[in-house]
Design a protein around this ligand. Structure first.
Ligand code: Z5A
Length: 217
């Protein structure tokens, strides 16, 4: 039987380079022989992608913070059952662009919901499932914003004020400090080659830990 796969999440604010660097992480891990599933939240399943459209779409009537939270966890429940758990069970590694830390950062830090509320849903939907590693791409808010400027119509989150994104970043810092064993913080304000150098080190660390743990050459 295959050992259970590794669950890696990639987090960070708007425009810090998650999509760009997930492609790089994929290259490195696949080159090392890892079977990988790359996915994202909200999304990752047909239902999740429909809910993503609802969450990101700009609408006249708005979405309450609680409704937003429940939609995110509805998408997550489907994602875990349909994609994440089966892949991990089959021994594949899962790299997920955002997961529940984004909920703490955006819905608690950004929107002001309590950590306790999110923790209740986290337990209900995830049971004991937590990421093994979380890579936080960290950069000042205005650096991320300037990278995505001119990319077209801003979505419902991108329309938030600067202070919202500052609170999101602050919450990610809090989470990284509270879960320092799981977190690897990457300075994403640097030029891309320097960011990828840091990521290469982390990928090598994960591969080495995995091989030692499962006694592979
Ligand atoms: N959300 C939530 O509220 N609660 C939750 O629980 C979850 C999500 C799961 C959608 O996420 C929204 O969902 C998100 C929070 C909410 N909204 N916001 N904000 P998303 O992940 O799809 O959206 P995003 O953060 O807006 O992703 P993004 O804008 O596509 O950014 P990115 O993937 O981090 O960046 P990128 O596309 O890789 O890079 C942006 C540009 O910068 C691109 O031109 C790159 O070539 C360039 N780049 C990247 N790195 C560098 C460096 N190092 N130097 C220079 N240029 C660079």
């Amino acid at each position: 039987m295959n050992p259970r796969g590794l669950f890696i999440t990639v987090e960070g604010g708007e425009g810090v380079g998650k999509s760009t660097n997930i492609a790089y992480i994929r290259q490195q891990l696949e080159a090392a022989g890892t079977e990988l599933v790359v996915t994202r939240e909200p999304g990752g399943t047909p239902l999740g992608e429909e809910l993503r459209d609802v969450l990101l779409g700009v609408r006249d009537t708005g979405i309450s913070a609680m409704a937003e939270l429940l939609l995110i966890f509805a998408a997550r429940a489907q994602h875990i059952e349909e994609v994440i758990e089966p892949a991990l069970e089959a021994g594949k590694w899962v790299v997920c662009d955002r997961f529940t830390d984004a909920t703490y950062a955006y819905q608690c830090g950004g929107r002001g919901l309590s950590f306790e509320t999110v923790a209740v849903l986290e337990k209900l939907v995830q049971g004991d499932l937590l990421p093994d590693y979380t890579l936080l791409l960290d950069a000042p808010v205005d650096t991320g914003m300037s990278r995505v400027q001119g990319r077209g119509e801003p979505d419902r989150f991108e329309r938030e004020e600067l202070a919202f994104f500052e609170r999101v970043r602050g919450t990610y810092h809090q989470l990284a400090e509270a879960s320092s064993g799981r977190y690897r913080v990457i300075d994403a304000s640097q030029p891309l080659p320097a960011v990828q150098q840091q990521l290469l080190q982390v990928c090598n660390e994960l591969i080495t830990c995995w091989r030692v743990r499962h006694q592979q050459p």
